[in-house]
Design a protein around this ligand. Sequence first.
Ligand SMILES: Cc1cc2nc3c(=O)[nH]c(=O)nc-3n(C[C@H](O)[C@H](O)[C@H](O)COP(=O)(O)OP(=O)(O)OC[C@H]3O[C@@H](n4cnc5c(N)ncnc54)[C@H](O)[C@@H]3O)c2cc1C
Length: 302
Amino acid sequence: MYDLIVVGAGPAGYTAALYAKRYDLDVLVVGEDLGGLCSEAYIVENWPGTKEIEGKELTDKMKEQIEDLGVEVVQEKVDKIEGNKSFDVHTENRVFETSSVILALGADKRRLNIEGEKELVGKGVSYCVTCDGPLYRNKDVAVIGGADSGLKAAILLAEYADSVSVFEATDKIMAEKIMIQRCEQNDKIELNTGTVPKKFVGDNYLEKIVFQNGEEVDVDGAFVEIGSVPNRSIEKIGDREIKRDEDGFIEVSSDLSTSVEGVFAAGDVTTESNKMRQIVTAAAEGAIAAYSAYTYLGEKEE
Ligand SMILES: Cc1cc2nc3c(=O)[nH]c(=O)nc-3n(C[C@H](O)[C@H](O)[C@H](O)COP(=O)(O)OP(=O)(O)OC[C@H]3O[C@@H](n4cnc5c(N)ncnc54)[C@H](O)[C@@H]3O)c2cc1C
């Protein structure tokens, strides 16, 4: 019987385990993809104290740190969680018992699912302007997606890149007026509508985007900004629904408790941190959730 099981082995899950262990909780991490989305980051330049580090190296270090403290990390997918106040966490072949749970399931940038996309992630194709934008200084880049997040991305990219072409699939740029104005006033930014990407082309690195209308555009980088999707692999505890917002993010209070007692959530999957979805916010939420689980377990004992 564990005090706490953390589901998710990304920055939120690893940090939750780090804090939980230091609160002397008996904690287990169960994660399907070790390192989570963070391990996809080609280079991370905004993790405080480290000028640059590959995402995978960063999460490997996080894992090593908790394992050195005695935390067990199991690479398995959690299929379901059952119970009330104490919980059974089911993977394909095992059931782990615990008094509390932190769901650190992450969120994924929505993908285009077109030819060449998967192969060129981290090699010109990116889903994170905050993270990778500075790598495109004096380059020509594209933003796929002309809603608010796409235009925000374009404005940020224009600080580094020589040119930023925004490609929106529909016939209209559907973003806040002020964002559209800012883009129109920026000489580096060009807005295109009715442009649906068909494939990304490049041998080892992105070279061009081919569109469904036959148009081809040479670019050094392409940022896909068509929204993000929270992980929904765990929706219920037994037959109790974990409350989510209309976009599917787990609703949490400021202590990161969910609608189910004894179940907390942290990182990209939650409605917290202004939905910033960064490593530093995921880690911070992991720490808060661990503290809340520790407090919850203490109160339960009294
Ligand atoms: C290409 C790229 C580059 C990025 N660069 C940066 C950057 O430079 N700086 C930055 O701050 N952010 C960056 N990000 C964002 C950053 O990766 C995320 O904000 C961060 O990883 C979120 O951490 P998390 O722990 O909440 O979720 P994740 O890292 O996504 O981890 C989720 C974990 O939950 C596991 N999981 C989900 N469901 C289950 C289940 N049912 N059973 C078991 N395990 C499950 C997953 O396998 C995974 O281990 C980047 C993202 C991408 C895609």
